[in-house]
Design a protein around this ligand. Structure first.
Ligand code: NI
Length: 179
């Protein structure tokens, strides 16, 4: 079942989300998060974007940039190391109508748990590394507008105000990747 996506201005998107401790009850939430992400044409979604205060997110970048099947669940993630530099235009499901060129490290070393609680550590680059960094930002209360210069942020003040007021709830433009 698709859930409602919460937008910029909602305090849950400014929180550092709590670690997952009980893995046995996650399954229905994960199903709903995938449904929500697909319905919104997103490629990633963090739990607090559907109002849930837990450190977990889902990603599906299958068939984008010929990644092939690439569907992921990341729980209690932590970026251990990162390097390189890349620019990419990002959209965000919690910031409809906003598109920003965001600079991020090109590759990361990422530690996380899967839905059974098993721990993994992996070196990741490309679009998956970008999507993970975007979602980890959400789980730490950070938006893409916090990742750009104040001049660039000024340029989207009008959109931010409208989103806060609830005037814009869904992006019309689907060209950028949203997560
Ligand atoms: Ni986002």
């Amino acid at each position: 079942m698709a859930l409602e996506i919460v937008h910029y201005g909602d305090p849950i998107l400014r929180k550092v989300c709590k670690p997952v401790e009980d893995f046995s009850t996650l399954s229905p939430l994960l199903d709903d998060m995938f449904d929500t992400m697909y319905e919104a044409n997103g490629i990633g979604l963090a739990a607090n974007q559907v109002g849930v205060d837990l450190n977990l997110f889902v990603i599906d970048i299958s068939d984008i940039e010929s990644e092939g099947e690439s569907i992921h669940i990341f729980i209690n993630g932590k970026i251990m190391d990162s390097g390189g530099e890349s620019w990419f235009e990002e959209g965000c499901l919690s910031l409809p109508e906003v598109r920003l060129e965001v600079k991020r490290p090109e590759f990361i070393e990422f530690k996380y748990q899967d839905e059974s609680g098993k721990e993994h550590k992996q070196k990741i680059d490309g679009l998956l590394a970008r999507a993970i960094q975007h979602e980890m930002d959400h789980l730490n209360g950070i938006f893409i507008v916090d990742r750009v210069s104040s001049a660039v942020k000024m340029g989207v003040q009008k959109e931010l105000k409208m989103i806060k007021k609830g005037t814009v709830t869904r992006a019309k433009d689907r060209k950028a990747l949203v997560f």
